[in-house]
Design a protein around this ligand. Structure first.
Ligand code: AGP
Length: 622
C-alpha cells in the first residue's frame, strides 16, 4: 500500500521525509515523490519511479530540496500505471510531463487509499474548466479540494471537509496550500494516518516506524476528521469543520524493534522473535493460572452466552482462523465459521447478538477486514478484534480488543504476528472450554501448563534451521509445491503454502489431503514436491496414504511430523520433526519449519524477502 510522510519544523524537511519513506518501504510501492517548501517560496516537487534510492539520488539525499516543510509519498499503483506522471505528489494546476518542478498551484498533495467516485468527480471538475495530466484518483481529489477552496474562500479546512463530504472511498491525505507556508493539512477515512508532535516540529506518517526516531507522542486522527499541522502544534476538525480535541498517545515500541538487529532480513529476525512474541502474548492473557480477557472486556458471561463464532480475516490471519476453528470446535464445542473478509462483507450471513465475530488482523488496517467488522456490528453481532497494532482502525471500532504482543512486524510475510494470533486463539479456546464446562479444572490447568511450554518448543524448532536451509537449496528450482494435510494439518498447510509462494514466487497450493483425488492429483508429475503435514495422530495414516498416492505418480515427499513418528521415514524422502505437544497447539510449532523453508528458498532465489513484488504489508484498499 502507499506510504505517506510529512514534516514541518525547523530542520530541512527532505532528508527527514526520505528517511521516513524508507521506513515505509515494506508497505510496497512502485514510485515515490516529495514536495518541499522553503518558507514563502513555491513548493518544489520531485518524483522518481522504481526504488526509493532513485528519488534520494535525484535529490542528492534531499540536499537539493531546501525547505522546512514538506510531504512525501511511496505509491502502490491502483488507478494509473506506475509512471512519473502518476507518481505523487499531485497538484491542483497543470504539471509538466516529468511531474517534477516548481508548484505554481494552490494545492499540492499525497494520498493513500481509493477514491471510488473519482470518475464522476473528474467529470464535474472538467465541466468547471479543470484539466488533468494523470490517470490517478489522487489528482482528482487534490483538484476537488482546490475547487472548494476557490469557490467558498474560507480556508483549507473548509475546502477539505467539503471534499470529504463529497468523496466516497478511502483516503489518508496530506496537503500543502500556497497561501499557508509552513503548514500541512490532513484528512482521513479508513486509510491509516498518524500525526506526531515534538518541540517545534510535527510529523505525519502512514505508520509508526516512519516517525519513531523523532517522537513517541502521536495523535491517531479519527475517521472523517481533518487536521491542521504546524510546527509542534496540531488542530483537529470534524466533518462540519468544528474543532475537536484528540488525546495524545505515547508509542511504546522501542526503536531497535523496528530494526534488523544483525539479521540479514526482517523476516528471519521476526521468525526468531516468535518465542518472545508467543510468550508475551500468552503472559498478557494468562494470569495466576487462569485466562483473563478482562482487558478486552470479554467476560466469562459473554463467552458463555456465545452460540456461534464467525472468524473473519484475510491472508495469514485467515489461516489462523482456519486453525482456530478446529481447536475451538474440538475444545469448546461451539460452531465456528471461518470467512474471508472480502467475501463476508458482501454475504448475507445471519448474525445475532449471541454470534461472536472475531476479526483477526496484524495491521488492524486491512480494508476488507475493517469493512467486515462494520457489517458484523450493523447486524448486531458482538465483535472481538485480535490485532497487533495499538490504536489501529479495527482495534478502535471493535466492541472488544485483544492485542497480540508481537511488536512491530516489518517483513511483508507475517510470521511472529501469525504465531501470536494463534496462541491467543488457543488461549481463547481453552477458556471457552472451561467456562462452558466442557473441560475440568484439572484439564484446564494441564492445558494452560502445556501452552506455557510452547515458546521454548519453538526455540527448539529454530535450532533445526540448518536442515531446512539445506533442503531449501534442493527445491530452489521447483515449479509447483503442494502442501497437504487433514484437520489442523490442513490449516497449517495453508500457511506453509502462502509463505512459500508470496516470497519465493514458486507456485504452491495447500490442499485438504482427502480432496486431492477430486482433481488436483492430476497435476502431480515426476519430482513434484508434496509436503505432507502429519501432526494429528488420528489422521496420520490417512494423510500418509494420500502422500503415497502422490509418490506413485512421481512426487518427491517431505513429511512434517512430531517427534516419535519415525515410521514416516520409510515413506518420505525428507522428514522434519517438531517437539510433541498437545495436538491442539501444535500449529505453533509446525508452522516454523514451513516459514523457514519459504524464507531460505526465497533467499536461495536471490529475491527481496522482506519486500516481495506486488505485495504490501497492509492492504488498505479493496
Ligand atoms: C501474509 O504473510 C501476508 N502478509 C498477508 O496475507 C496478510 O496476512 C494479510 O494481508 C492480512 O493482513 P492483516 O493481518 O494486517 O489484516
Amino acid at each position: 500500500m502507499c506510504g505517506i510522510v510529512g514534516y514541518t519544523g525547523n530542520e530541512q524537511a527532505a532528508p527527514i521525509l526520505l528517511e521516513g519513506l524508507a521506513k515505509l518501504e515494506y508497505r510496497g510501492y512502485d514510485s515515490a515523490g516529495l514536495a518541499v517548501r522553503d518558507g514563502e517560496k513555491l513548493a518544489e516537487v520531485v518524483k522518481a519511479t522504481g526504488k526509493l534510492y532513485h528519488l534520494a539520488d535525484k535529490t542528492d539525499q534531499g540536499r537539493a530540496l531546501p525547505g522546512t516543510c514538506g510531504i512525501g509519498h511511496t505509491r502502490w499503483a491502483t488507478h494509473g500505471d506506475p509512471s512519473m506522471v502518476n507518481a505523487h505528489p499531485h497538484v491542483s494546476g497543470n504539471c509538466s510531463g516529468s511531474g517534477s518542478g516548481q508548484v505554481e498551484s494552490d494545492v499540492v498533495g499525497v494520498h493513500n487509499g481509493i477514491i471510488e467516485n473519482f470518475a464522476e468527480l473528474k467529470e464535474k471538475l472538467l465541466h468547471h474548466g479543470y484539466e488533468f495530466y494523470s490517470d490517478t484518483d489522487t489528482e482528482v481529489v487534490v483538484k476537488l479540494v482546490d475547487y472548494y477552496y476557490k469557490k467558498y474562500k474560507i480556508g483549507p479546512v473548509d475546502a477539505i471537509t467539503r471534499t470529504m463530504v463529497r468523496v466516497r472511498g478511502s483516503y489518508a491525505l496530506a496537503l500543502m496550500f500556497k497561501d499557508f507556508p509552513g503548514e500541512i493539512f490532513a484528512a482521513r477515512k479508513d486509510s491509516p494516518l498518524i500525526i506526531g508532535t515534538a518541540k517545534d516540529a510535527s510529523y505525519l506518517a502512514s505508520d509508526v516506524p516512519a516517525i519513531l526516531k523523532y517522537t513517541r507522542s502521536v495523535y491517531y486522527i479519527g475517521n472523517l476528521q481533518a487536521a491542521r499541522v504546524s510546527p509542534g502544534q496540531v488542530k483537529f476538525y470534524d466533518l462540519n469543520g468544528d474543532e475537536v480535541t484528540l488525546p495524545l498517545s505515547e508509542i511504546t515500541w522501542d526503536a531497535a524493534a523496528a530494526e534488523k538487529d544483525g539479521y540479514e532480513h526482517f523476516m528471519l529476525k521476526e521468525i526468531h522473535e516468535q518465542p518472545a512474541a508467543v510468550r508475551d502474548t500468552l503472559n498478557s492473557l494468562v494470569k495466576e493460572g487462569r485466562v483473563s480477557f478482562s482487558d478486552a472486556g470479554l467476560t466469562d458471561e459473554i463467552i458463555r452466552a456465545v452460540t456461534q463464532i464467525d472468524i473473519v480475516a484475510c491472508g495469514s490471519a485467515w489461516h489462523v482462523g482456519m486453525a482456530a476453528q478446529y481447536v475451538l470446535e474440538d475444545l469448546a464445542c461451539v460452531p465456528v465459521r471461518v470467512e474471508l473478509a472480502s467475501e463476508f462483507r458482501y454475504r448475507s450471513i445471519p448474525l445475532g447478538e449471541h454470534t461472536l465475530v472475531i476479526v483477526i488482523s496484524q495491521s488492524g488496517e486491512t480494508a476488507d477486514s475493517l469493512a467486515a467488522l462494520r457489517v458484523a456490528k450493523e447486524r448486531g453481532a458482538k465483535t472481538l478484534a485480535v490485532v497487533n497494532v495499538i490504536g489501529s482502525s479495527i482495534a478502535r471500532e471493535a466492541d472488544h480488543v485483544l492485542y497480540t504482543l508481537a511488536g512491530p512486524e516489518i517483513a511483508v510475510a507475517t510470521t511472529k504476528a501469525y504465531s501470536a494470533q494463534l496462541i491467543a486463539m488457543d488461549a481463547l479456546a481453552v477458556q471457552m472450554a472451561f467456562v462452558r464446562g466442557v473441560i475440568s479444572q484439572e484439564k484446564y490447568a494441564q492445558m494452560l501448563e502445556e501452552l506455557s511450554t510452547i515458546p521454548d518448543k519453538i526455540k527448539r524448532v529454530l535450532e533445526e534451521k540448518e536442515r531446512i536451509q539445506w533442503f531449501s537449496s534442493k527445491i530452489v528450482n521447483a515449479h509447483d509445491i503442494f502442501f497437504i494435510g487433514r484437520g489442523l494439518d490442513y490449516a497449517i498447510s495453508l500457511e506453509g503454502s502462502l509463505k512459500m509462494k508470496e516470497i519465493s514466487y514458486i507456485h504452491s497450493e495447500a490442499y485438504a489431503a482427502g480432496e486431492l483425488k477430486h482433481g488436483t492429483i492430476s497435476l502431480i508429475e515426476n519430482n513434484t514436491l508434496v509436503i505432507g503435514v502429519l501432526t494429528q495422530s488420528r489422521l496420520f495414516e490417512k494423510t500418509v496414504s494420500n502422500m503415497m498416492e502422490c509418490k506413485s505418480r512421481g512426487a518427491y515427499l517431505m513429511g512434517l511430523t512430531t517427534n516419535g513418528n519415525f515410521s514416516v521415514e520409510d515413506s518420505v524422502d525428507f522428514t522434519v520433526y517438531v517437539p510433541k505437544t498437545d495436538e491442539h497447539f501444535v500449529a505453533s510449532l509446525a508452522v516454523v519449519p514451513l516459514q523457514l523453508l519459504g524464507y531460505y528458498t526465497s533467499v536461495s532465489r536471490g529475491l527481496d524477502v522482506d519486500k516481495p513484488r506486488n505485495l504490501a504489508k497492509s492492504v488498505t484498499v479493496e
